[in-house]
Write a protein that binds this ligand. Structure first.
Ligand code: AMP
Ligand code: MG
Ligand code: MG
Length: 219
């Protein structure tokens, strides 16, 4: 970026050092957990955990969070494998709302906190891989006849941001934590802890690798 300034009658151009300022004020870190079975692709997986953390890119701190478990409708009984993988118990989802209500609460949370503006330029969603927003959310919205909002049709795949910084395409969240020498918090495949650990990766890339986060994929 160049700065223009006046000396006497002449306008000159001077170069600023490379500008690492972020495009988005907030990175909204999202990680769904869904119903699943061991080794076989489940017919119509449903979202059972819905966490979202708002990371402020001025200081890389988690400023706010949304978190809810979700009661599945099509396959209401969780498989033992699913409980084992995610740590989510049957009793936990039994007491929760179905997806349409939780999604409505989530959209209200986004609006109440003013994370969205007219051009969707204030915030961007960040996921680990493309599955959450490319596959899972569109499928869940289709089951429930919900129109997918435009602001959820683009996202940042954290693995691509990681590749930009480290020139290695990571296999998983665990791989990113290990390569950045970051200590994992909580258990893997808990939606909330996955999001917390993704926020740690974001903090490290943003503050120490000067990664500029930008949209990597659209639906
Ligand atoms: P993750 O965010 O990596 O915890 O994965 C999100 C969802 O993908 C999980 O809630 C499961 O529905 C599914 N999933 C992840 N890993 C596996 C696995 N090894 N076997 C079956 N389903 C999985
Ligand atoms: Mg995930
Ligand atoms: Mg997860």
């Amino acid at each position: 970026m160049a700065l223009k300034f006046m000396t006497g009658n002449s306008a000159r151009l001077i170069k600023k050092p490379q500008d690492f300022s972020q495009k988005f004020k907030y990175l909204l870190v999202l990680d769904f957990e869904a119903t699943c079975e061991k080794e076989i692709p489940i017919n119509k997986p449903e979202i059972i955990e819905f966490p979202c953390l708002a990371v402020n890119t001025n200081n890389w701190k988690i400023e706010n969070s949304f978190h809810s478990y979700v009661k599945p409708k099509i396959n209401p009984i969780l498989s033992p494998f699913c409980t084992d993988l995610t740590g989510i118990m049957q009793e936990t989802v039994n007491d929760e709302q179905h997806f349409p209500i939780v999604f409505h609460e989530f959209c209200n949370w986004l609006n109440d906190n003013k994370y969205l503006d007219d051009d969707n330029n204030k915030s961007a969603f960040v996921t680990c891989g493309d599955w959450d927003l490319k596959v899972m959310l569109p499928a869940q919205c289709q089951y429930d006849n919900i129109q997918l909002p435009n602001y959820l049709k683009q996202w940042i795949n954290l693995k691509i941001s990681f590749y930009d910084a480290k020139k290695h395409f990571p296999k998983s969240l665990r791989d990113m934590l290990r390569r950045l020498k970051l200590e994992r918090q909580g258990t893997l495949h808990s939606g909330l802890y996955d999001a917390i650990n993704m926020a740690k990766v974001i903090q490290e890339l943003g503050s120490n690798y000067k990664t500029v986060f930008d949209i990597t994929n659209k639906n």
